[in-house]
Design a protein around this ligand. Sequence first.
Ligand SMILES: C[S@@+](CC[C@H](N)C(=O)[O-])C[C@H]1O[C@@H](n2cnc3c(N)ncnc32)[C@H](O)[C@@H]1O
Length: 430
Amino acid sequence: MPFKTASALSTPMADRNRLAQSLLRGEAYFGPTMAALQGPPQRHRFLLPTAKKICEKFEGPIRILEIGSWAGASSVTWVKAFIELGRPVTIDCLDQWAPYFDLSRETHAHYTRMNEAAASEDIYALFLHNLRAEGIDDRVNILRGSSKKILPNLKAEAYHLIYIDGSHLYPDVLSDIGQAKRLILNRGIICGDDLEIQADEVPAHELAQAVESRLDYTSVGSDPRFFHPGVTAAVAEELGVVSAWGGYWAIRWERGKVNKIVLDLTKVNLPAHIQRAVDQEPVLPDEDTPVLIRTVGEFNLISFKGQVIGIHLSSGPIDVREGIPSILERLGPDKVLIGANEDNILCGIALRKKMKELEDRQAKVAERVESRIMETDAALRKDVQQSEARQTESVELLRQQVAEHSRILTDFTRGVVGRLLFPKNKNKSR
Ligand SMILES: C[S@@+](CC[C@H](N)C(=O)[O-])C[C@H]1O[C@@H](n2cnc3c(N)ncnc32)[C@H](O)[C@@H]1O
């Protein structure tokens, strides 16, 4: 999940220096480089109270299975929680430490960084370093590979606690939870991360669409909340409504049934390694700091106040703190796109492109129609002129014929009248 740490703004040099210092000093590193600290730090507060719930029901050493360990932040929190409670503990950390995001779908830089950290093996090296630095490497058993391959081979009912934080895609979470039900001891706890919304809080068809998108982290409909649809859908399908605290969720598995749990959240501090990481963070970019995400086509994408704003490159340098209404008024709606997330803006850009194509096509068709009308006009005018000329000719012909006939008639009339008036003349002449 693109969690908002300094990595969102990225001061890469300073971040890397901190990583280098930690490595040189043999200290654990859970900073923004390689997204070593995953998810909001506050979620680590819920793990110690969960560990207490385990200790209420079980005596002796505790066995934990963690699906998804990355740089080891949650592995350290779990182990230290049981140590604090005075319990011997071991944790099986299952992770493939290999690139797993489909970058053709996931366009946020966070996913590219994670894939790169996994491909270079740097994250696996950091995981090993962090375990050693925190002094818990002897409690950890590493199971490296995909959960689909490894989980079915593990012994049933072997763990007191199973923490699910691997791939967040629906089929993967579904299969991880399915296996967890087989692997957990009766009265053990199955828990996990990144359940920001439960399924009954979202319209079913919108959740189905979000799952279908195969995006790790997204929002649906007009709901501005971002969440992991794969986790939401799979948890609902396998476990129903679960206990949840700000994205962290848990249930107790009792005689094949799901029971909700209540955590004692009084006086729970951040674990020391997480508190250190938070203290070392530079000032976090808050929502009021505009962050240039990237340039897509002719638009700069800027995140600001929980929104993503697309500003057309031709607009020149724009400070979005000026306020959207004023920018909109100044630049006009063609130059400014606003959305709840990057996808909204990408859709806007795609729509804009389509509209432009349609407008161009419409203009070409209009041009062709216009020239056809002009051609037809000219042809019609010629026809009309020709038919006018023909009509004039006919009228002239008729006029001549009428004149001729009238002349003949006059002559004839004169002849008849003459003969009637002067019949003798006729005899005389004979
Ligand atoms: C969100 S991170 C875990 C973060 C860790 N629990 C923490 O809080 O520090 C998810 C982890 O799941 C791992 N992962 C993803 N898909 C997996 C799969 N199919 N099998 C095993 N591990 C997987 C990734 O390599 C990554 O380390």
